[in-house]
Design a protein around this ligand. Structure first.
Ligand code: APR
Length: 360
């Protein structure tokens, strides 16, 4: 099959011939139909997060089951599936207490560099990325890394649910558990931030404040449910949010991955409010907070992949789309061929796109 390989950080991806073996007992071979380009891929391409290389990146995808291993009962060839990097074992302490995104069982969730699911004619090892490697015509994954979806759901929209949408929506609904009427601010309205905004609207949040440096993104945010917009070019972001809300928000979401915006997310809270950090802050970067704020019961927490239970959450997101509540068509800025993947990342870097998808 063809796959896009990252050989070195800050180098373009190279389309190469790669092989996948037949599925092991609990593995599923998927014909990739669509793969989204996510900012997290770019973080790894730029070396902000480490990963053994060479590797096939990509982790937001949907496709059709081609072959299943001898012990797989959950899916059969022909089923439509969305992938999720939050592969779970179902038996460890984290899984049995309901926090499946924190599963660390290495028999299902492989450590970087440990997988043999990809191979090629070259001598060096080719690494699978986040148990998926979606920038390839086929994916070999554990059966607990996929969810079946209804066949009338367009796969190019379903792919988005696999990472960006579940991460933003889940941060609001699962991690922060936003209640109807509460005020919400979202810093960074890219693919993930828009899902947080749309999720806040679905959850019935009161005011939803979108914050982004790109006016086009702010405009779209309004369509997806934002009630107010804040442009950092117009002055101090924290002050603008405080003025809009009369003192601060109940919930803020940092959906960018930077020290300054993480600090802003905490500073814009009302007393008793909670900041949820969704963005991937560069590895090793520390953030600074005012200790006094904890006396006013302000809280800060992380959210990983929207604290998802993806086999429950993703079919619900599909239903929200079908019922016109989740506006997935608005996410797609460009449909690309695998050979155009580097252009897609260049456009993401230039802030021109919300989501580009590779259609195979
Ligand atoms: N303040 C507010 N918004 C900003 C700022 C800033 N200082 N700088 C950039 N932005 C906006 C961009 O204009 C863009 O709309 O942040 C958005 C980032 O969006 P994307 O690049 O599309 O990123 P996305 O895929 O949504 O991921 C965001 O979430 O899961 C993580 O790894 C991911 O850290 C990344 C974050």
């Amino acid at each position: 099959m063809k796959a896009a390989v990252l050989h070195e950080v800050n180098q373009p991806l190279v389309i190469e011939d790669v092989s996948v073996p037949n599925p092991g007992p609990r593995e599923v071979l998927i014909r990739t139909r669509v793969a989204g380009l996510c900012h997290s891929d770019l973080h790894f391409m730029e070396g902000l997060y480490p990963h053994p290389l060479p590797a096939v990146l990509g982790h937001e995808s949907a496709g059709v089951v081609e072959k299943v291993g001898s012990d797989v009962t959950y899916v059969k060839p022909g089923d439509h599936v969305v992938t999720c990097l939050s592969v779970f074992c179902g038996t460890c302490d984290n899984c049995t207490t309901g926090r499946t995104v924190l599963c660390t069982d290495t028999t299902v969730k492989m450590l970087p560099g440990a997988s043999n699911r990809l191979s090629w004619a070259r001598s060096e090892k080719l690494n699978q990325f986040l148990n998926l490697s979606s920038f390839a015509e086929q994916m070999l994954v554990h059966e607990n890394a996929i969810v079946k979806i209804r066949k009338d759901m367009p796969l190019e929209l379903a792919a988005l649910i696999g990472c960006g949408v579940i991460t933003g929506y889940g941060a609001v609904v699962n991690t922060a558990k936003v209640q109807a009427g509460e005020t919400v601010a979202v810093i960074g309205c890219g693919g993930v931030g828009m899902a947080a905004i749309n999720g806040a609207a679905i959850a019935g949040a009161g005011r939803i404040i979108a914050i982004d440096t790109n006016p086009a993104k702010l405009q779209l945010a309004t369509k997806l449910g934002a009630t107010d917009i804040v442009d950092p070019a117009r002055g101090d972001v924290v002050q603008q949010v405080r003025e809009l809300t009369g003192g601060g928000v109940h919930h803020s979401f940092e959906v960018l991955g930077r020290k300054e915006t993480a600090e802003q997310s905490f500073a814009m809270l009302a007393a008793g409010g909670t900041a949820t950090i969704v963005g991937m802050i560069p590895f090793g970067q520390k953030i600074e907070l005012h200790g006094f704020d904890f006396l006013r019961e302000r809280r800060i927490q992380g959210s990983s992949m929207g604290s998802n239970h993806f086999r429950v959450d993703m079919p619900r997101l599909v239903e929200f789309y079908m019922r016109g509540k989740l506006h997935l068509e608005d996410w797609i800025s460009a449909k690309l061929k695998l050979s155009e993947i580097n252009e897609g990342f260049a456009n993401m870097k230039a802030g021109k796109t919300l989501r580009s998808v590779i259609v195979f």
